[in-house]
Design a binder for this molecule. Structure first.
Ligand SMILES: [Fe+2]
Length: 337
């Protein structure tokens, strides 16, 4: 007996979004997804096709009208739950086609090599489960066609932790995927066919080396150069490569540009979404100049146009100050409880 396979909810979401892209851009509804898949497959020639991870810098061509949302340094479970309420409302309205997690989505506090306060509990499985739950929720609520999850240095804590005492074990590959058995996305439970690509560095480690370059115009990576002033870190990065860059990592938010005559180098850093008072964030202090923010943008004229949306306190209906971000004339307030 043959049974007709029921389409998964993820696939129906993809179809709905593809239809929307088609209506807005006048191009084929499958363009965004096919462009991404083509790039992944072309650059993944050394492996069996279809893996959901990529090691190195992945070029991606996106058509005009594609909306992009960038979510920086969430550090689950040390994220600002009240602010995420506002971010979810923003994503629901904005409906980005592409969602970019730009690293440090998970804190991986349980495997930190830094000294841990003795009464602060740590549970790695809990961190993985909570991260997966939030990532899935944000992907679903945004209605995105595809998600890029760029590995941060915090995700790399897993591999560093294992490599130190047990390099031989850490280097064992999963027989089915030929990826390291302790890969972050494997531990999170993602598999082939999920609408997400995890970007690792060339050694298949997390942090620093994994990136996507959109339309040969803007590189998105987690970040590694750290300067004290907002905007200075990505600008130093852009000066190094001659390419416009967006990153997280520093937890500062800013944007600067440099006129090169024939082109304008743009440099963005997108802040963070952590709760600086959470016990896992013991290294947060005022001198860090941290700023909560996210990024929003759109492909216009083949170029990536972005803006950091910095979070600031506004009065709630009860007169209480709550954090909020503003986009397109709309205020997205954090929950006040
Ligand atoms: Fe971070």
């Amino acid at each position: 007996m043959t049974t007709k396979k029921k389409p998964s909810s993820k696939r129906s979401v993809t179809r709905r979004v593809a239809k929307k892209v088609s209506q807005e851009t006048g191009v084929d509804p499958k363009v965004v997804r096919e462009a991404i898949n083509k790039e992944i497959l072309a650059r993944n020639a050394g492996k069996s096709l279809g893996y959901l991870s990529f090691a190195g810098i992945l070029p991606v061509d996106l058509p005009d009208g594609t909306r992009i949302a960038v979510l920086p340094d969430i550090h689950v479970p040390a994220h600002d739950k009240l602010l995420l309420w506002a971010v979810k409302k923003f994503l629901k309205d904005f409906q980005p086609h592409i969602l970019i997690f730009i690293g440090d989505v998970a804190d991986v506090f349980a495997l930190s090599r830094w000294g841990r306060p003795p009464r602060v509990s740590a549970d790695m499985q809990y961190e993985l489960d909570e991260t997966r739950r939030l990532v899935d929720e944000l992907m679903k609520i945004s209605g995105c066609v595809h998600t890029f999850y760029i590995m941060g240095n915090h995700e790399d804590r897993i591999m560093r932790y294992l490599k130190d005492p047990a390099t031989g074990v850490a280097n064992i590959l999963d027989p089915n995927t030929r990826e390291p058995i302790m890969s972050f996305h494997g531990l999170m439970g993602y598999g082939k066919g999920d609408p997400v690509t995890f970007l690792y560095d060339l050694d298949e480690r997390s942090g620093y080396g994994g990136a996507i370059v959109v339309n040969e115009d803007m590189e998105f990576h987690h970040g590694f150069i750290v300067r004290p002033k907002p905007g200075a870190s990505p600008l130093a990065d852009a000066d190094r490569t001659g390419r416009s860059v967006s990153h997280g990592h520093t937890h500062r938010a800013g944007m600067v540009s440099r006129d090169m005559g024939h082109k304008t180098l743009r440099a963005y850093e997108f802040g963070h979404l952590t709760d600086p008072t959470h016990p896992y964030m013991g290294y947060a202090n005022l001198l860090n100049n941290w700023r909560q923010a996210i990024g929003a943008g759109e492909i216009v004229g083949g170029k990536v146009h972005l803006q950091p949306l910095a979070v600031k306190p506004v009065k709630s209906t009860g007169g209480k100050l709550v954090n909020a971000l503003v986009f397109n004339g709309q205020i997205y307030r954090a929950s006040d409880r």
